[in-house]
Design a protein around this ligand. Sequence first.
Ligand SMILES: C[S@@+](CC[C@H](N)C(=O)[O-])C[C@H]1O[C@@H](n2cnc3c(N)ncnc32)[C@H](O)[C@@H]1O
Length: 272
Amino acid sequence: MMPVDVTKPNIARMYDYWLGGKDNFEADRAAAEAVRAQRPNIADQALDNKKFQTRAVSYAAGQGVAQFLDIGSGLPTSPVRAEGAEPLWLATHEAARAVIPDAVVAYVDYDPIAVVHSQALLGGGSPQVVAVGGDMRDPDAILADPAVRAAGFTPAQPACVILACILHFLDAPTARGVVHRLVEALAPGSYVAISVGYAPGHAGDDFARTYNAQDGPRIYAHSWDQVTALFDGLELVPPGLVDAATWQAGQAPPDAPAGQASMILAGLGRKP
Ligand SMILES: C[S@@+](CC[C@H](N)C(=O)[O-])C[C@H]1O[C@@H](n2cnc3c(N)ncnc32)[C@H](O)[C@@H]1O
């Protein structure tokens, strides 16, 4: 796992800050604001991404999938909400267990703070909900993790793997290799939910430079074709690959392809 240093900005904690969470430090907040100066809608995009995950997990659970692997799960930020109002999003185990009460959920991150906070806050003590340290670049180690297996996860049964806002921390061929290996290992009927930051024509711009100043992985700008290729071997659930803000399972695809605006591209693939 990566080392902990709260004096340097960290991507999990910056993301927590954009979502209105409390698990962040001064260095994270300063870096997050510098990124927001480059991309004023970054907090909205983080929220759209959370809502996409909630909908995708609910959909997969509704198809009978009872085990979920949330890779690069981040800090367990609770949605800020007005008293009495519905939460803006649900954690993976909350969305899954609203449909299948004993669903198995494993949260995986390589950031020890994210893992420890998730262990403390998620699952309410259920042995079928676990948080473990793991690196997405080694999918086989995650699939074989003893704590993930002890929770009841088995690749022999359909599963839903969530790779939300994490694959842009890998170059496109590496990201594709990670997804390919996971898909290969999963049972037919499994789902893979993917969201990726998408900013056509913005590679190497001030946003990327500011983002890469955080003390963690650099961000890569994947092309439309590179994001599409992540779903090779999978059937895209309608509406296909769209702005996370608009993704609703079963909806018709948009009339026009994604334009030049920056967005979180999101899709849910099913292994036939
Ligand atoms: C932007 S946050 C996204 C959190 C969550 N998936 C979501 O979309 O709400 C990215 C997370 O990916 C994690 N991460 C980055 N590279 C990773 C890697 N190689 N293996 C595991 N986790 C990683 C970071 O620690 C961070 O928690």
